[in-house]
Every structure is written in C-alpha cells, then in structure tokens.
Design a binder for this molecule. Structure first.
Ligand SMILES: [Zn+2]
Length: 404
C-alpha cells in the first residue's frame, strides 16, 4: 500500500516533470535561450531619452535593425536628417535591414565600427565614424569623439559645375582670370584668337587625343570664350535681324537661340561649340561620327552635351547638338548615369541633399549639398578626399571620394 504522503510526493514529482517537459518544448523554439539567460536579466537595449528599445539576440549576436540605429543617431545628433554609409564589413545590414553584432563574452568593451554617419541640421553637415559599444547595463551606445574641425575652411569652391541659365546669371567678370588662348589644339579652329578656361582647354586636349587614338579626327571648333561685351553685341545683332524681318516677339525669339548677356556659358570659357568637317552645318552635326563619338565619350573628360533635344522644356534652349559644357568629373559621369541635364542634376542634388554615386569603374562618391556659409564639420580622425563645387549663387556641393 502506498501511503498518503508518498502519493502526494509522486503527484508532485509528476507535476514538476510535466512543467519541465512543457517548458522545454516551449523554449526549444527559441534558439540559444538558456535557462540561465532566461532568469538572468540579460537583454540588450538602446536608450533614447525616456524610451528604451529592446534588442533581440540571435546566434550569440545582438540583432540591431537599421531603423533603430537611425533613431539612435537621430537622437544623438539631434536631427532627423541622418544618412549612413556602411563599411563593407560584417556589420552591413542584411536584406531585412538587420545588423548582427557578435557578443564577445571575454571582451566587454568591443567597439563595432559600422561606417560613416552624415547628419544635416540648420548649421550644415557633420560627419563621424559610427562606433557602437555596450555599457555595463547592456545598453548599446554611440561612441562619440569630440575632436572636430570644419573641412571647408581651407577649400575654395571650384566654379566649373556652376549652373548658368536665365534664372542663374553670372557677373560680367566671371572666371576672367582663368581664360587662356587656344594653341596647338588637335582640331580645326574657326578663328585665330580663340580662348578657353584653362582647365576646360586641358580636358578638351585630352578628349581630342583620345578621339584621335580612336580614329575620329574631323572636329571643328567653332565658338569658345566670348566676353560679356561680345555676347551683348551678338545678342543685339540677332535681335535686330529679327526685328528688321518683322518677327513678332523678336526679343523672346532671339533669346531661344542666343543667350542674353550674363546667361551665356560662353562667357565662362567653360563651353564650346564643336562641329564636324564633313557636316559643317549645326543641324547636320548629329549625323557625323564626331557627334556619335562625343555622345559616348565626352563624359569621361568632364564634358556634357548641354542642350539635348529631349531636354528643351527644361533648359528652355533649343536643341544645340554642338554645344558642350565642361563641368568636371565625377559630376559629368553622374549626368551620364542619370540621363539628367545640368538643371536636373542640380535639382536632384538639391532634393536629396545626400547622394551616393558609384561610377562604372567602381569609384564611390558621396555628394552633399550645402548652402553657402553653412559648415561641414568632420571628426578629425576621418581621412577624406574632399572637394567643393559651386553649383549656384547660393549652393555648393561637397564631393567626397570614398576609399574604404
Ligand atoms: Zn554654344
């Protein structure tokens, strides 16, 4: 006979075994959750002011979502405009946007270097490494270095990408100090005293040498630098022609074909009109092999076709297949890749503020739009290949060449 006491014991034992069995069935669904970690307060968190975000663990890693990382950085840098350039490492988010940070039990002070942060507020841009670490209470935090300096202090803005049109005029003496005579160029020139901007001339020489290597040699350079006064004379001459032949709206009609003084790219020496020996008429130029070669290769030398047929509505200038403008690389490559005319390039950079761009030969760039007099503050340890372009009267573009 089993006495009452033993019965109670047996039932208790069965009850405990059942609980353990059920628990192990339930918890077996959660990988790597040990009994120890269940009872020990062991979860990782992010603190955002009064809010706490709990992070999941998976395979001995902390699973951090890209959105939570963004929220953390937004909070830290006190702006909603936060952009992340991840390093090409294990800490890159997966397809679901999750970053896995391995937990190192032997080394509590691990620093996870995720990449580079770009934060934009009303003062301008700030950039820093994204270094994360874990404190004693298992809170993930951003390690911040306080040694910053303004990158733009020592940089003069390059003017070659400046947008020039009816709404974006240039002063009479714009870029005059860099205008040089054309000598020994591998093309027929239509007059002896032609001039160009120095950098534009260097690049047109490189372009013409490459064209010659490719067997394309029939280029005619028709129009280059024009001073403000020459542009004014040209405009007035064409205007009078229209008026004398009784054209209505003579001014508007003239402005479609000749830029009003202060709005012509020819005044900068950074634009030139190119034709073909076989097709000397502008309207026939698109039939030439010179045109086909330029449309394929001009971008690699910093040039863009400035007034394409399909962009007339945007440029407000009629199709000018002969007019090429030097804006420099990598912006010319960005224009090629996107299919944008210069107005659209500026508009897209303005709308996005932060633009990542990879060229076809895997050079990586970041474009940051900045208002004049705004700052670009970088953490001192960051080693950056940085340049500055003047886009409009009030806006500049910071270009960073990435080298991870
Ligand atoms: Zn032109």
């Amino acid at each position: 006979m089993i006495n009452k006491k033993s019965k109670k014991l047996i039932f208790s034992a069965i009850f405990i075994i059942m609980i353990l069995t059920i628990s192990s069935i339930i918890f077996s669904h959660y990988e790597n959750v040990s009994w120890l970690s269940l009872f020990k307060f062991n979860s990782y968190k992010i603190r955002l002011g009064n809010e706490t975000i709990r992070l999941k663990k998976k395979d001995n890693t902390i699973a951090l979502s890209e959105n939570d990382l963004k929220a953390m950085l937004q909070h830290q840098y006190n702006t909603t405009e936060v952009y992340i350039q991840f390093n090409d490492t294990d800490y890159k988010p997966d397809e679901e946007g999750t970053i896995f940070l391995p937990i190192d039990k032997d080394n509590e002070n691990v620093i996870y270097n995720l990449g580079q942060l770009f934060a934009f507020d009303d003062k301008g841009w700030i950039t820093n490494y994204i270094d994360l670490s874990i404190d004693d209470n298992k809170f993930l935090y951003v390690v911040e270095d306080k040694s910053y300096s303004n990158v733009l202090e020592d940089i003069t803005a390059d003017i070659h990408a400046r947008l020039i049109n009816k709404d974006n005029t240039i002063p009479d003496d714009f870029n005059m100090e860099n205008i040089v005579p054309i000598k020994g160029i591998k093309a027929i020139i239509s007059s002896r005293d032609m001039k160009l901007d120095k950098e534009t001339l260097d690049n047109i020489n490189l372009l013409l040498s490459k064209a010659e290597d490719d067997g394309v040699t029939g280029f005619v350079i028709n129009s280059t630098y024009r001073s403000y006064q020459e542009q004014k004379n040209l405009f007035e001459y064409r205007l009078n022609e229209k008026k004398n032949s009784g054209v209505e709206n003579a001014f508007e009609e003239t402005a479609k074909f000749v830029a009003y003084p202060g709005t012509s790219e020819h005044q900068t020496g950074m634009a030139l009109d190119i034709l073909s020996l076989k097709y000397p008429k502008g309207s026939e130029f698109p039939n030439s092999e010179e045109y086909a070669w330029l449309m394929e290769n001009c971008w690699d030398f910093g040039f863009i076709p400035r007034y394409p047929e399909e962009k007339v509505e945007i440029t407000k200038i009629s199709f000018e297949p002969w007019h090429f403008r030097y804006i420099g690389k990598p912006l010319s490559l960005y224009a090629k890749e996107t299919g944008y005319c210069l107005e659209e390039v500026v508009e897209s950079l303005r709308n996005n503020k932060f633009t990542y761009f990879e060229t076809s030969n895997n050079e990586e760039y970041i474009f940051l739009l900045i208002k004049k007099r705004q700052d670009f503050i970088a953490e001192n340890r960051l080693n950056m290949d940085c340049s500055l372009l003047e886009l409009t009267e009030n806006e500049d573009l910071v270009i960073l060449k990435l080298s991870f």
